[in-house]
Design a protein around this ligand. Structure first.
Ligand SMILES: [Zn+2]
Length: 253
């Protein structure tokens, strides 16, 4: 090691043969923490379809400080949470036939706790929830797409083709950057839409890609691409209103 003061830069991984590590964890204190999802509903106008729901959601929590520095989480996920509020404000001015639930989830980072709780709570009958749009990071671009500002639309493999058709049709002129339709198998870990997909409800998430500030103190508002986040919200609004006004919501399978 050339410079012991700079351990990280000089660290070289070494393969160790036949080395085993044994560990034992004692949980000294278990604490129950109460936390909350935040939910609002714009009621549908149709006497029958108002009992069906489209859900627009994003997680509102973030990670604990890293090396003593607060992680503000501007992209992950103040961007998506703001998106939910923006779409709710626009949609409330002109309600749809179906009801639209707007939700910001707690404890996503710990393992999708908020969305799993919501889906399992039966606060709204599960069979009446027809679709979920999730927004988790909508304000940056990943290093491979800094020039073209491409944005990901991530869903389960079984929905990806039909969703691509549906969203591309609506997207005409809304975004001026490419949309990359991807499936969960290629995405970097799940987000809250997975709580819906695991219950058979079609869902996807808007995701602007991984970057070096993810879960770090550098995820700050001055690095957000606001015009990009805005056009993703406009597209999200169009998707939501189209689904909430159609005669029947497609299964996308
Ligand atoms: Zn996130």
């Amino acid at each position: 090691m050339k410079d012991p003061a700079n351990i990280l830069e000089n660290y070289k991984p070494q393969a160790l043969d036949n080395v085993y590590l044994y560990s034992k964890i004692d949980i000294l204190k278990e604490e129950i923490i109460l936390t909350k999802n935040v939910v609002g509903v714009v009621e549908g106008t149709d006497p029958v379809l108002r009992d069906e729901y489209i859900v627009v959601g994003a997680h509102l929590d973030h990670v604990k400080p890293v090396k003593g520095k607060v992680c503000n989480g501007a992209d992950d996920n103040a961007s998506g949470s703001s998106g939910v509020i923006e779409i709710a404000e626009a949609l409330a001015m002109n309600p749809c036939k179906r009801s639209v639930i707007f939700i910001t989830y707690t404890a996503e980072e710990m393992g999708l706790y908020g969305s799993r709780y919501f889906v399992g709570s039966n606060a709204f009958p599960l069979e009446q929830i027809k679709f979920n749009l999730n927004m988790d990071m909508i304000g940056r671009s990943d290093p491979d797409h800094e020039q073209d500002r491409a944005h990901y639309v991530v869903t389960n493999k079984k929905y990806v083709d039909k969703l691509e058709e549906f969203i591309s049709e609506l997207n005409d002129g809304i975004t001026d950057f490419p949309l990359i339709f991807d499936n969960d198998e290629h995405s970097p870990g799940g987000s809250d839409h997975q709580s819906y997909i695991s219950q058979g409800i079609p869902a996807f998430f808007f995701f602007s890609g991984l970057h070096k500030d993810l879960h770090q103190p550098g995820d700050d508002p001055e690095k957000i691409d606001y015009p990009k986040a805005e056009s993703i919200c406009r597209l999200g609004y169009l998707i939501t209103t189209k689904l909430a006004n159609m005669e029947t919501v497609p299964t996308f399978e």
